[in-house]
Write a protein of this length. Structure first.
Lengths: 120, 160
């Protein structure tokens, strides 16, 4: 049995050597009048191994957890599609206690505002 | 109007609140890991393939002089973690309570609240007096020096 496993490992050796474990982290998405807020669970991910990038119209979140031997890193990836209402230049992100927060401000024309009605 | 969405698969719906009863002592680390997978891994296979899920939730490493237990607890603050070590038994309690941020409406809620209480058995007895626990980047790391004669001790969790 052990020999069989070793034989299999040997034939697939080069592929197995750099195999990442790919995951989609769970996310919450909230909205208020001014922004969308995306929260994602990314335990073990630190800022140096985290990228949040906008390549319009896509927003991609990717976090990596390096393994001790670098043979099977954990890679968390989520991709979202943005519409034109987001102010891409003002997107902000921070990670605290393994939870990523991405703030996506709405661009000015899409913000909710109340119009005061005046009488003549 | 929801104007952000995931471009693969559809989320199957509400993830039920996960709650575990305190089980009898003497469970193995492997069982703990399975239970953690149940707490966090509410992401069943759908017809279209795997949905959102996290990596391995708990690891036990034997580094010779000590055992190192790591458990994923994203968004859990140290006041919501309790650890008790006695001999080769370890008890872990962790709570995460999520609520929508003030003034926001929810479009998607895949992250779940949980209350996790679990006792399990280590492969060897450990020295509880010199054990340390650290909560950082959403990961609880417990370092347990091996010992033949361990005394019960409450471990205070601190952030690094």
């Amino acid at each position: 049995m052990t020999q069989n496993i070793e034989a299999t490992a040997k034939t697939q050796g080069s592929e197995l050597a750099h195999q990442n474990q790919e995951f989609m982290p769970p996310v919450d998405i909230y909205e208020n009048d001014h922004e969308l807020l995306v929260l994602a669970d990314l335990p073990r991910v630190t800022t140096e191994n985290l990228t949040v990038e906008v390549n319009h119209p896509e927003l991609k979140i990717q976090g990596r957890v390096p393994s001790a031997n670098h043979k099977s890193d954990i890679v968390y990836t989520r991709t979202f599609r943005l519409d034109a209402s987001m102010d891409v230049a003002k997107i902000e992100a921070k990670i605290t206690d393994g939870v990523l927060e991405v703030h996506l401000p709405k661009s000015e024309p899409y913000r909710v505002r109340k119009i005061e009605v005046t009488s003549a | 109007m929801l104007n952000i969405y995931r471009n693969t698969n559809e989320w199957p719906g509400f993830v039920p609140f996960a709650l575990f009863d305190l089980p009898a002592r003497g469970r193995t680390f492997g069982q703990l890991r399975q239970d953690l997978d149940r707490v966090f891994g509410t992401y069943e296979q759908s017809l279209d393939g795997p949905l959102a899920q996290s990596g391995e939730k708990a690891q036990l490493r034997d580094v010779g002089s000590e055992l190192i237990v790591t458990i994923d607890l994203p968004g859990v603050s140290k006041k919501d973690v309790e650890l008790t070590i006695s001999g080769d038994n370890i008890f872990i309690r962790a709570t995460r309570t999520l609520s929508p941020p003030e003034g926001y409406t929810a479009h998607r809620r895949e992250r779940s609240s949980f209350k996790f209480e679990q006792a399990f058995q280590l492969p060897v007895a450990v020295e509880s007096k010199t054990a340390t626990a650290n909560l950082q980047a959403g990961v609880l790391t417990v370092t347990l020096p091996k010992s033949p004669n361990a005394q019960p001790k409450q471990i205070t969790v601190k952030t690094g």
